[in-house]
Design a protein around this ligand. Structure first.
Ligand SMILES: Cc1cc2nc3c(=O)[nH]c(=O)nc-3n(C[C@H](O)[C@H](O)[C@H](O)COP(=O)(O)OP(=O)(O)OC[C@H]3O[C@@H](n4cnc5c(N)ncnc54)[C@H](O)[C@@H]3O)c2cc1C
Length: 339
């Protein structure tokens, strides 16, 4: 029931930035029982535990003086089908993109816009992953998590997750909840979301007039492959900063100096600015200091050209934050989880 622990394990293959730090102890959990056993042994030894999935939203700035628990549970199933509506469930360790592809192969739509996001099913609710106009909250049907304080299992409804933009109750209470499995409400008939970014245009270029969910997934995969660096070739964690939400007044002030500012009204006098645009205007696109840099095509993506440490990437992120605050009066928040 208890998986073996390894000592002093390099986490380089377990984070998409490719940062070479060590875990003091490392183990994998394939089942609820293995999760419980690992947490119990760690508690006995008074060791903190860091739970990881695909490591695609992590910035590791130092050796991890803890037990790193890698979620490796597998399994996906159809829980119920009622007419149009289908509820599916997947274990936390299931890799996200293959799960999306599996759902499409079953003829279910709803997850197609979230294709090719790295990582695992269990981490997806942490920051309410989103892409191309859809977030998991739009198709969420519940999840089961282990309360690490009491050892009890709890089912969460949509409301209880308190999902926001790249945010959830799980992100706001780090270390409290270990997500074991997640449920999604999908549909047999496609409700296409094509209005975000170049999705519709890409489908038109491909001559697809009545796209299926699989066509949309394929188009989004091709756009993402062009836009985002592949972590296997260039270490990164996707978007490094969240798009900041500021007052409409500040946005208008910025517009006086920068008429091209990219801003999306959010209602109630709030406006979301494109963080990538701000960073590009400030001249950071393509910047490189040693092996830490800003991607040459995507100013929102910090990259590791090989040997950058997490501390170097963090220092670069802080320089960018300070510069954007000074130039625009806007605070940028980092998206990856920092350790
Ligand atoms: C190239 C690239 C593109 C990306 N594009 C997007 C995108 O379009 N949209 C988007 O939203 N994100 C995107 N991301 C970010 C990332 O892929 C997602 O946030 C993903 O859900 C992280 O999953 P993971 O398994 O890798 O999590 P990890 O990085 O392993 O962990 C992230 C956080 O979740 C915690 N955690 C992990 N598993 C569990 C669990 N089972 N229970 C409780 N806590 C857990 C960890 O402790 C950590 O705090 C991208 C990343 C990359 C590298």
């Amino acid at each position: 029931m208890t998986a073996a622990w390894q000592e002093r394990v390099s986490l380089k293959p377990f984070n998409t930035f490719g940062i070479d730090v060590d875990a003091r102890y490392f183990t994998q959990a394939h089942s609820d029982d293995e999760v419980r056993a690992a947490l119990a042994s760690a508690a006995q030894r008074q060791l903190p535990v860091l739970v990881i999935g695909g490591g695609s939203n992590l910035l590791l700035t130092q050796d991890v003086d803890a037990l790193v628990l890698h979620m490796a549970s597998r399994g996906r199933r159809v829980l119920s089908e009622q007419g149009e509506r289908v509820v599916v469930e997947a274990e936390a360790g299931e890799p996200w993109h293959p799960f999306v592809q599996w759902s499409l192969e079953q003829g279910f739509s709803g997850l197609e816009n979230l294709s090719l996001i790295p990582g695992t099913v269990g981490a997806a609710p942490m920051q309410n992953v989103g892409a191309y106009g859809v977030e998991i909250k739009d198709v969420f049907a519940g999840l089961t998590a282990l309360d690490r304080e009491t050892g009890e299992l709890r089912d969460f409804t949509l409301e209880e997750c308190a999902f926001g933009y790249r945010d959830s109750v799980f992100k706001r209470t780090p270390g409290r909840w270990l997500i074991l499995r997640v449920r999604f409400a999908l549909a047999r008939t496609l409700q296409a979301h094509l209005d975000y970014g170049p999705v519709r245009q890409r489908l038109q270029e491909q001559g697809v007039e009545q796209p299926s969910a699989q066509d949309i997934s394929d188009a989004i995969c091709s756009i993402r492959r062009e836009k985002l660096p592949d972590p296997l070739e260039l270490g990164n964690a996707g978007s490094f900063f969240k798009n900041p939400v500021v007052s409409a007044a500040l946005s208008e002030q910025i517009r006086v100096w920068y008429p091209g500012v990219v801003a999306y009204p959010q209602g109630e006098g709030q406006v979301k600015l494109a963080a990538g645009w701000l960073i590009e205007q400030a001249g950071w696109k393509g910047y490189r200091d040693g092996d830490a840099g800003v991607h040459r095509l995507q100013s929102l993506v910090l990259v590791n050209y090989g040997q950058a440490s997490g501390a170097q990437l963090h220092a670069l992120a802080r320089k960018i934050q300070a510069d954007i605050l000074e130039r625009f009066g806007v605070e940028l928040e980092m998206e990856p989880n920092l350790y």
